[in-house]
Design a protein around this ligand. Structure first.
Ligand code: 5GP
Length: 337
């Protein structure tokens, strides 16, 4: 369906052209989607957007707001077990708030899960495993061990950007694979290492591979507008993850900086010097910072941004005769601009 003569593309390189449509109004569009997790045999229903597990984005306050809209949240790795228990007891819904880990020991992962289960009587259903480089052996080992220990837990793992990476993670036990290296708004991996892949091509190629295994991908990084969200779904993404688009809101809790009567909130990359200093006390001397710190104009409550994005998706669907988010993929054709 998408043939760009081997040129690799980003969201800005394409448009989706309109088609005769049966849907006269945005009201007719259904945003709820069902996503099947093939290994754990669980399914998830909601609006398949996900807040990124970044400081000032994947917070519990964000999760409380997003769950009202059936939108999910990869919760920051840096909350303690006790903070999880407290939030769950206050109504945090585990259908939409996912525990996030990195290269953790299975002991650590099990402790979180059993502590939450014993103190709240609720069982986590979905886990996200997030590392900058999803290709390393140690990472697929973590996925394999976790899958053995928790056969019924939904597992999303990444990041990778090629079919090879998708295959490794799915064969290790992931139900879904997070896709994106070098595409994040505060990511400097490409400048520091020369590694990366234009995001929309990564989405198209990786989702093809995932579909071969009845699995799905999460497009992570580079989404600037609701149009990019639509293009990611059109490229085959199951979920779309949002960092900077969900940053700058009250719910993220980032400190405010005032410049010439305007208010800004901080956003930094999780591999930036700021993040490493905050969470690990320093930047290890064998590491270079691969993230930036920026100021984002204060956007008020996340509710504003949610309605804008959902409005954009609904409108796009009416242009391409898609009844719901799932149909965006089948009904979309890209043109290079
Ligand atoms: P955004 O939606 O802001 O364009 O991208 C968000 C994604 O950028 C995150 O979900 C994560 O995958 C990636 N990211 C976050 N912090 C960093 C960082 O410090 N360095 C790199 N390379 N990527 C980051």
């Amino acid at each position: 369906m998408f043939d760009f003569n081997n040129k690799k593309i980003n969201f800005d390189d394409v448009l989706i052209y309109p088609k005769a449509s049966r849907y006269n109004s945005r009201k007719e569009i259904i945003l709820d989607s069902k996503i099947n997790f093939p290994k754990s045999r669980v399914s998830w229903t909601g609006i398949p957007l996900m807040a990124s597990n970044m400081d000032f984005v994947g917070t519990f306050s964000m999760g409380f707001k997003l769950q009202k809209h059936y939108i999910s949240n990869a919760v920051s790795k840096f909350y303690t077990k006790e903070e999880w228990v407290q939030s769950i007891n206050e109504g945090l819904n585990l259908d939409y708030n996912f525990l996030t880990f990195g290269l953790d020991e299975i002991k650590t992962i099990s402790k979180y899960i059993s502590h939450i289960t014993s103190k709240t009587n609720k069982v986590p259903k979905f886990l996200v495993f997030d590392v900058p480089n999803g290709y390393i052996k140690k990472f697929s080992d973590v996925i394999e061990i976790t899958r053995k220990e928790f056969p019924k837990l939904g597992i999303i793992a990444g990041n990778v950007v090629t079919a090879e990476g998708v295959k490794i993670l799915i064969e290790s036990g992931a139900d879904g694979v997070k896709v994106g290296i070098g595409s994040g708004s505060v990511c400097s991996t490409t400048d520091v290492t020369g590694i990366g892949y234009p995001q929309l091509s990564a989405v198209i190629e990786c989702s093809k591979e995932a579909k071969r295994h009845n699995a799905f991908i999460v497009s992570d990084g580079g989404i600037k507008t609701s149009a990019d969200v639509v293009k990611a779904f059109a490229g085959g993404a199951g979920y779309v993850m949002l960092g900077s688009l969900f940053s700058g809101h009250i719910e993220g809790g980032a400190p405010i900086t005032k410049i010439k009567n305007k208010e800004y909130r901080t956003l930094y990359g999780m591999s930036s010097t700021q993040a490493m200093n905050k969470h690990y006390g320093n930047v290890a001397d064998y590491r270079a910072s691969e993230g930036q710190s920026i100021l984002v104009e204060d956007k008020g409550t996340i509710e504003n941004t949610i309605s804008q994005i959902l409005g954009g998706i609904r409108s796009a669907c009416t242009y391409i005769d898609a009844k719901n988010i799932g149909e965006i993929y089948e009904k979309s054709d890209f043109i290079l601009v």
